[in-house]
Design a protein. Sequence first.
Length: 360
Amino acid sequence: MKDSTRQQFVRLALRLNELDATLADPSITSDMKRYRELGREHAEVASLVERFRHFEQREHDLAAAQQMLADPEMAELAQEEIASAQADIEHARFELQSALLPRDPDDARNAFLEVRAGTGGDESALFAADLARMYLRHCERKGWRTEVMSQSDSDLGGYKELVLRIEGEDVYARLKFESGGHRVQRVPVTETQGRIHTSACTVAVLPEADAADEVKLNPADLRIDTFRASGAGGQHVNKTDSAIRITHLPTGLVAECQDDRSQHRNKAKAMAVLVARLREKDRSERAEKEAATRKGLIGSGDRSDRIRTYNFPQGRLTDHRINLTLYKLQAVLDGDLDEVTAALQAARAAEQLAALESGG
């Protein structure tokens, strides 16, 4: 580990002492907002300092084992401890360096996840439903709360489009690399000859904007239409124009919500989705400019990028960005996405570290 990196952790240990003293002062509870902010910082810093102390301990263990090599009776045991300590040190070094990387300010936000059927007709819409189920089950596993913002059903029970709001800890950080083109290879239920077809869906994950961001929209730039909601909902849905569609005239972006019986709540939900799409449009345009100078390993998350293939005959999932192949397709479709999302986060961290070390 570089001396400069080591010094950062020494400074973090000093900061932990400061935070301990501040939080022990009874007067700090008079400002609950500051108290909560300091509490969050304390938890983050304490975790880092604990990992750094474990890293230093393994360095000491390695040095002690190397000294034991001089004793013939202890040489075999020493070799085992050296191998173990070196592996632990390398893993801890990567984790610690990754923890110091600049954090995406959106990582802690809740997110909107959009799934849209693409090429492939009915089969694509059925695959969109499979993806939606995968994400909903993953959210259940993580203890995240989900809410349907809008949905457009297909004839055979799939989705032409589904927009979910997902609320929980670090939702955007864990799901942001899901954005892009998802491809399925399987025999569709509509196929009578048993032939394997390929179809595709697009997924977009957008960080939820702060409520304060909404006031920045000029009302003159918005066209708000009400319409009668379609689908299940009983007599009420058939009689009330409660569904809302908001069009941002300068960009042509549209968001709609018909999930709630309240026109007011539908308007608020549609506005939240629209703001997230506008922020994402701005972010993707900036990312394109940056990508012109250096193409990232993970990619821009552009929906036209084919990022992943789900091959049913082989029970295989392949993420093309990091050459990850898993033969546990059904488990992933049942919501077991952690191995995939963790690998993508690790690849992104490795990419950032390489860029820092090369001065890029």
